[in-house]
Design a protein around this ligand. Structure first.
Ligand code: CMP
Length: 139
């Protein structure tokens, strides 16, 4: 079943000119980029986006990191896109990520781990609409 998922190319990857490389891996994996844009998140946006992690010890650092530079947010589409993009990203900690995954190839550490992807259907819906309007989701 075709579904949408949400992706972020994080500041560490944008800074190292890896936007094209990450998006190329996404396309090579058969996922379609339905919408994409480069943004610089405000503190309020990053806090809101990662609100589920508010109680975690890494929350403040995570927010500071996500606003440290521009990011590229995208909506990806494909059969089983949520799980497929998570497989393509690899484990959250690049040191534990499998060969051939985005985080193994380009992640630096658990915080600067190159990319983010939605972890389930509800999150995907919320995350897509957090950054994209209906008008931006071109068919
Ligand atoms: P992401 O998929 O963007 O979701 C939350 C992020 O928190 C995660 O990727 C990591 O980059 C970051 N993070 C930082 N420290 C940790 C940690 N100890 N455990 C899990 N996630 C962490």
């Amino acid at each position: 079943m075709s579904e949408l998922t949400f992706s972020i190319v994080k500041p560490d990857a944008v800074e190292r000119n890896l936007v094209g490389a990450v998006l190329a891996m996404i396309e090579a994996a058969g996922l379609t980029i339905k919408a994409t844009k480069m943004i610089r998140m405000t503190k309020e946006q990053a806090e809101g986006f990662y609100a589920v992690h508010k109680a975690r010890p890494f929350y403040n650092d995570l927010v500071a990191y996500m606003i440290s530079g521009p990011v590229v947010v995208s909506v990806l589409e494909g059969d089983n896109a949520i799980a497929r993009y998570r497989d393509l990203m690899g484990a959250t900690n690049p040191a534990q990520a499998a060969e051939g995954t985005i985080r193994k190839k380009y992640g630096k550490n658990i915080e600067a781990n190159a990319c983010h992807g939605s972890d389930g259907p509800d999150t995907a819906k919320t995350e897509v609409s957090f950054f994209f309007s209906q008008l931006e989701l071109v068919n």
